[in-house]
Design a protein around this ligand. Structure first.
Ligand SMILES: C[S@@+](CC[C@H](N)C(=O)[O-])C[C@H]1O[C@@H](n2cnc3c(N)ncnc32)[C@H](O)[C@@H]1O
Length: 311
């Protein structure tokens, strides 16, 4: 299968990272190396690209894509939350920039076997890393109705979460739910017809929620963004692209804390805790896609890019 993923905010990421020829860059969400190939090109033969992805298919596709590019490359199948370990194991002494382009790739969504998409009938899997134990099927059949409702409500921001969880509970009592289309039918039955006709595909929010739970996408994000900032050398930049408000809020909060780490009570006239900012913002506001990109790549619609520089 072709890795048909179009990188989002490509020019904005590459310009914003201000790539230093000969530098060391880490792409924590390598995917099909769309952004990474641009980084590699700018790094030149003296530069080093370290690509991390938890999906072995992505590592393989990225390896092929990067073959024609001259920088030094090291691709690692790992979680980006392990970035400090990866950096230490590789003996990296400085990091000039890093990228996190969060979420799933079109390659994962469009692969009928992976179970990420409500558009293809497939086993309920949704694991980015096939070595992980927990699948979407385990969650749908094993979590309590209350937990399902909570996840679908919080991670999917789905107003019909309680009804969807109730319908899942009723159906799985008859028969184990094993395929994406079975789940889609249950979601459709749970959402009233009028609401189903409005907005995106009725299963979109629930599928997003289950995917986030399967892959623990939000659990480690806060610590990971902080770790990526920690490992940057002075002047090094981190670019983060988020695709929904939950991710963006976490990224925004980490950045806000690093910009204003002071823990003194607000009534103190001067800071006594001594904690100083260690980053500055490069993007004053999150960067979003322009009209041309939106017309060519619908995935860009919800993308928000934030870039910071280490002091
Ligand atoms: C949006 S795609 C990145 C696309 C890439 N920038 C490109 O241009 O081809 C996100 C990628 O990050 C990977 N990913 C998501 N969460 C991850 C995590 N916690 N650790 C490592 N990789 C992760 C996914 O497997 C997916 O390949």
């Amino acid at each position: 299968m072709e890795f048909g993923h179009v990188p989002v905010l490509y020019r904005e990421v590459l310009e914003g990272l201000d790539i230093k020829s000969g530098g060391v860059y880490i792409d924590g969400t390598l995917g099909g190396a769309g952004h990474a190939s641009g980084i590699c090109e700018r790094l030149g033969s003296e530069g080093w690209l370290i690509g991390i992805d938890r999906d072995s298919d992505a590592i393989e596709a990225a390896g092929k894509r990067l073959e024609g590019f001259g920088c030094r490359k090291t691709l690692v199948q790992s979680n980006y939350s392990e970035v400090k370990l990866v950096k230490d194991e590789l003996g990296v002494s400085r990091v000039d920039g890093a990228l996190l382009d969060l979420g799933v790739s079109s390659f994962q969504l469009d692969n009928p076997q992976r179970g990420f998409s409500y558009m293809h009938d497939a086993p309920l899997d949704m694991r980015m890393d096939a070595r992980d134990a927990l699948t979407a099927e385990d969650i749908i059949n094993g979590y309590s109705r209350e937990d399902l409702a909570k996840i679908i409500s919080e991670y999917g921001e789905e107003r019909w979460a309680a009804r969807i969880a109730q319908f899942i509970e009723k159906e799985r009592a008859k028969k184990r739910i094993t395929s994406t289309f079975e789940l889609v039918d249950i979601i459709k039955a749970a959402i009233p017809a009028q609401a189903r006709r409005e907005g995106p595909h009725p299963a979109k929010r629930t599928f997003q929620a289950i995917r986030i739970e399967v892959n623990g996408e939000l659990e480690k994000l806060e610590a990971a963004v902080s770790d990526f900032i920690d490992i940057l050398s002075p002047g090094g930049r981190l670019a983060v692209i988020s695709f929904h408000s939950l991710e963006d809020r976490i990224v925004k909060n980490v950045i806000a804390k690093r910009l204003d780490p002071c823990t003194c009570p607000p009534e103190f006239p001067v800071c006594v805790c001594g904690k100083k900012p260690d980053i500055k913002k490069i993007t004053k506001k999150p960067v979003t896609a322009g009209g041309k990109e939106l017309s060519e790549n619908p995935r860009a619609r919800s993308a928000k890019l934030r870039i910071v520089e280490k002091l």
